[in-house]
Design a protein around this ligand. Structure first.
Ligand SMILES: [Zn+2]
Length: 256
């Protein structure tokens, strides 16, 4: 990857730390026992009737701060898939599920866009009983979990190539290619399982949730990249990030 691209990627990843989202109104409404969301915004009716069985086991490493967010998408995967586990923490080497995975590096992939990551499309038939490790959180949280768990480094990395912007339009994504956790896993898993329809099955609760919230007044959010390009990014961009973006030739003319 050219240096300018790396700089841009790094600068955009830091944008993910700037919270431009409105808080969802929190009142003492009754909660769904399954998705733990208020009944009127519960997405459970958009889950498959029976949990979907895949040959790949999905292990979602969740940064403790991600759990505190109002709207998370990893639980949609845990509710829809039989072989999916959310594991919360900062260090994972002692967790029984991960100990097994780390000791079987030939049967495991980490979904992480490292420079040596293989495009998930290019994987030859994956076969049965593989594990896909996914890191849930903002870009900076994901990086800190990746670099803080050296066992992940020796596993093979895979990356996805989204062909459309995120459906998660009520949360501002850092840039156009940035997908939510449920979308990233749905895309990767549909390729690994050679099952194209799996993608839309898994993102259904997200699409329904966003449609409902927009219908009830939530604003659609362009990605931060899109907002910077169109000049509508309302927050002050830290000078360090702005300077790095300015150094990238693709953005020079847009920032003036
Ligand atoms: Zn629910």
């Amino acid at each position: 990857m050219p240096d300018s691209d790396k700089e841009l990627e790094s600068a955009l990843s830091e944008l993910s730390e700037i919270d431009t989202n409105e808080c969802i109104t929190c009142t003492k409404r009754s909660l769904c026992t399954r998705c733990k969301r208020p009944i009127n915004v519960c997405w459970c009716s958009h889950l498959p009737v029976d949990k979907i069985k895949t040959s790949t086991t999905v292990l979602i490493l969740q940064h403790p701060n991600e759990e505190k967010r109002n709207v998370r998408t990893a639980p949609m995967l845990e509710s829809a898939l039989e072989n999916c586990h959310i594991i919360r923490g900062r260090h994972f080497s002692r967790h029984p599920l991960l100990r097994d995975t780390f000791s079987n590096p030939e049967r495991s992939y980490v979904l992480y866009p490292a420079s040596d990551a293989i495009d998930v499309e290019d994987l030859v038939a994956v076969g049965r009983d593989y594990s896909l490790i996914v890191i849930d959180g903002t870009w900076n949280q994901a990086k800190s979990l990746y670099f803080g768990n050296k066992e992940l480094h020796s596993l093979k990395k895979v990356k996805i190539n989204p062909t459309h912007p995120s459906y998660y339009v009520i949360r501002t994504q850092p840039h156009n290619e940035c997908l939510s956790t449920v979308e990233s896993v749905a895309l990767a898993l549909s390729k690994m399982e050679r099952w194209p329809e799996l993608n839309s099955l898994l993102v259904k609760p997200l699409v329904a949730m966003c449609a409902f919230q927009i219908e009830h007044g939530a604003e659609k959010h362009d990605s931060k990249e899109e907002q910077i390009i169109s000049g509508t990014f309302k927050k002050k961009i830290p000078r360090k990030i702005e300077n790095r973006i300015r150094q990238c030739k693709d953005f020079k003319h847009l920032l003036g």
